[in-house]
Design a protein around this ligand. Structure first.
Ligand code: IPD
Ligand code: CA
Ligand code: CA
Length: 267
């Protein structure tokens, strides 16, 4: 257990250093590369932030494995794996829209055991250790108590691949008329943390990667939230879709999302 507190401490230091670097370089990007399509960007700052996080891991836990968005996998002798998104919200970052974060999730034998998400614009550090609750800076956080979807504030995101985005748009249309409002801010890890601290009541997205959800889905669970895939079945960070709520509106969202899919199949 002590090991997990040390891991969370190092992850927090690493995420804060990466976040400060991102703020320092905001507006001074020197390189933008398109990864899998015109809209899927990576900047020199994403890579440098990732190197900052990896430096801390290697200095403190040289035998841990790493799965990082920009540099891929490296396998160590111990059973811990660090899953890194150096900048979640790169499109926002490239445009100077202040909604991005560094996300670091830690797995033991493939199971989520700790996670931190740092938003350097607001200096907000969301964190959790399995079984120990979720925190925003030093304050314990909990999901909201909204129980009727029509009073809820929801969030979503859309995949860079427009063919996958189409499904999300159908869901968006239906949920927009079911909820009080829906937001699309462009950083899935922050969206999930906002459900964890009650700013949002639910979040869904299709087309995600493990580094988007590895830290924040644990933070949300530890804050009392519920996470599944869209049809209500068990979620794993390697699943590409997520439905994450305060728990109270989960069934209402699953019913709506199942219906959108049934309607699509009938058309
Ligand atoms: C993206 C953001 C965005 C979500 C995309 C992700 P990136 O991550 O989380 O909100 O809609 O699906 O890929 O590329 O900025 O790290
Ligand atoms: Ca991401
Ligand atoms: Ca990223």
């Amino acid at each position: 257990m002590n090991e997990l507190f040390k891991i969370k401490k190092i992850a927090s230091i690493a995420a804060k250093e990466a976040g400060s670097y991102a703020i320092e370089k905001l507006g001074h990007i020197t390189e933008i590369i398109r990864k899998r399509g015109h809209n899927d960007l990576v900047t020199d700052v994403d890579k440098s932030c990732e190197n900052i996080v990896i430096k801390h891991i290697k200095n403190n836990f040289p035998n841990h494995s790493i799965l990082a968005e920009e540099s891929g996998k490296s396998t160590g002798k111990e059973n811990f794996t660090w899953v890194i998104d150096p900048i979640d919200g790169t499109t926002n970052y490239a445009h100077g829209f202040p909604f991005f974060c560094t996300s670091i999730g830690i797995l033991y034998d493939g199971n989520q055991v700790a996670g931190v998400v740092y938003d350097p614009n607001r200096k907000e550090l969301f964190s959790a250790i399995k079984g120990n609750g979720a925190f925003l800076n030093s304050k314990k956080i909990n999901v909201s108590s909204i129980s009727d979807i029509k009073n809820s504030l929801l969030a979503t995101g859309f995949a860079y691949d427009a063919t996958k985005a189409k499904k999300g748009l159908d869901d968006f249309a239906v949920l927009l008329t079911s909820a009080q409002a829906v937001r699309r801010a462009g950083a899935a890890a922050i969206d999930l943390c906002y459900v964890a601290c009650g700013r949002f009541d639910g979040f869904w997205e299709i087309g995600l990667a493990p580094w988007d959800t590895a830290a924040a889905s644990l933070i949300l669970e530890e804050a009392g939230g519920k996470i599944t895939i869209l049809n209500g079945k068990k979620f794993d960070i390697f699943d590409k879709e997520i439905l994450a709520t305060n728990g109270k509106i989960h069934n209402q969202m699953t019913v709506i999302l199942k219906k959108t899919r049934a309607d699509e199949n009938n058309n």
